[in-house]
Design a protein around this ligand. Structure first.
Ligand SMILES: [Zn+2]
Length: 215
């Protein structure tokens, strides 16, 4: 999980958010079931594309490329089942993979919220030892986030392990190299993997620290 900066609100939302919400709340007020054509308007393609670009096509929770697993779901940071008024709120919309979304379900606890990638600086709160994430200094929010989303699930740990194995030859090469120019080139290659559009970038950053890769 890494920090994410919100993109500009898409035009379609600027134009329609208020009206969409009014219509939805009317159904809620009347105790009627909200049709998906009304409640699901946040799935508009313009909104989804803006979110995918903001999240670099990754699940904001597990940093898997969503296009690798599935097409990614638009995810409400605070569940829309509890916060109906935030159904179309730009600040409440993000991208999650189907597994993190399913695990997160309708979790809502104002006393112990999950880490919010836009406001909570998750990079300082989760640390990787090998392929396993841990809460930094026992941070309670990070602990709940890892537990609830199952960020240590075996399928993810296996993929992270493969990722580290793929990088290890580069790390070894870096340590062996005596030539300053080559060493610098290798470092640049390694640092590419820490960019926000790369899968498991936080894991890579921590692996680099463990392997004592420095410029
Ligand atoms: Zn995920």
């Amino acid at each position: 999980m890494i920090s994410i900066v919100k993109n500009k609100k898409p035009e379609i939302l600027i134009l329609n958010e208020k009206e969409w919400l009014e219509e939805l709340m009317e159904y809620v007020k009347q105790g009627k079931e909200v049709p998906s054509t009304v409640g699901g308007r946040y799935r508009h393609n313009q909104i989804k594309q803006t979110l995918l670009s903001e999240c670099k096509e990754k699940c904001v929770y597990c940093e898997s490329k969503v296009t690798h697993i599935d097409y990614g779901d638009i995810e409400h940071i605070l569940p829309k089942s509890i916060h109906r008024e935030l159904t179309f709120s730009w600040e409440n919309l993000t991208i999650g993979c189907s597994k993190c979304n399913t695990n997160k379900a309708d979790y809502y606890n104002p006393d112990l919220p999950l880490l919010n990638p836009y406001t909570d600086n998750p990079e300082n709160k989760i640390i990787f030892f090998g392929a396993i994430p841990y809460p930094t200094n026992g941070n309670a929010q990070a602990e709940m986030t890892i537990m609830k989303l199952k960020l240590d699930r075996s399928e993810l740990v296996e993929r992270r392990d493969e990722h580290i194995k793929k990088l290890t030859p580069l790390f070894k090469e870096f340590h062996k190299s005596k030539d300053a120019t080559l060493k610098d080139l290798l470092l640049q290659d390694i640092l590419e993997y820490t960019k926000p559009d790369k899968e498991f970038s936080l894991l890579t950053k921590h692996a680099i620290e463990s392997f004592r890769i420095t410029g």
